[in-house]
Design a binder for this molecule. Structure first.
Ligand SMILES: [Zn+2]
Length: 258
């Protein structure tokens, strides 16, 4: 019995040697204590994250969406300042980083209420009342009871997969770590990666992790989502069919070890 277990452990360690690699420290500008990141992934590791995070969500209102969701035009984004700590400039810097680092994702600062993405900066004590004002008491109650969130994003999309509008609430008064973690995490949702994966050790969308920067891994997932060969509304089966080619062409994965 003991021997069998020991063998099993050795096999698992052996398999891990071919998993994510290229570990490096969190980039400058991260909060103190931000986790290091892996920078090289296999194609399978990226596929697994994409399929888990681009489909599904914590709370669904309305019809079951069949396909991936994203914007299919330049994204007009509005940051609504608020709360007791001024974070609007920092928030705009995070937004700009996504625009610079994700090919085919164009983000334009907008000031109108009907912007494609609205990010509301708020204090933690105002979280529940802000959600109630935006979504009504019934939805807020269901959502808070189910997920006990610290920050949140609502993504409204059409049946064809195009996002109509995303609204994010980001807490500003609980320190740099909470703010940065929420800012990077909620933007991933707002752009269309609407799910979480608590078993994925690399993504910011694992609610057991605090990351607070745009990791190489999440950047790869968003790069795939906004590639023109991937269309809003594509089903998981259709996406599975194109991912390996996209990951290869975009050079998102490390070469397979021989
Ligand atoms: Zn989330």
């Amino acid at each position: 019995m003991t021997r069998a277990l020991a063998t099993l452990v050795l096999i698992l360690i052996g398999a891990n040697a071919f998993a994510a690699s290229g570990k490096q420290a969190a980039p400058s500008g991260s909060f103190s204590g931000a986790p290091p990141e892996f920078t090289r992934f296999s194609s399978a590791e990226i596929e697994r994250g994409f399929l888990a995070l681009a489909f599904g969500t914590d709370l669904l209102i309305g019809a079951q969406p069949r396909g991936v969701r994203r914007f299919d035009h330049p994204v007009r984004l509005r940051v609504v300042s608020g709360g007791s700590v001024s974070r609007a400039v920092e928030m705009q810097r995070v937004v700009a980083e996504y625009g610079e680092k994700i090919p085919n994702l164009r983000v334009i600062a907008a000031d109108s209420a009907d912007a494609d993405i609205v990010i509301r900066l708020i204090d933690e004590k105002d979280f529940a009342s802000s959600l109630t004002a935006a979504f009504g008491a019934a939805v807020t109650k269901r959502f808070v009871a189910k997920t006990d969130p610290q920050c949140m994003t609502s993504v409204k999309s059409r049946a064809d997969g195009e996002i109509v509008q995303s609204v994010s609430f980001v807490i500003v008064d609980k320190g740099d770590a909470v703010f940065l973690d929420c800012a990077y995490h909620e933007l991933l949702h707002a752009f269309g990666l609407s799910n979480h994966d608590q078993r994925n050790p690399w993504t910011t969308l694992n609610q057991r992790r605090m990351v607070g920067y745009l990791s190489v891994y999440d950047r790869a997932l968003l790069t795939l989502l906004y590639d023109p060969r991937l269309k809003p509304g594509m089903t998981a089966t259709q996406v599975k069919g194109v991912l390996p080619r996209l990951i290869h062409d975009l050079q998102l994965a490390a070469p397979t070890p021989r």
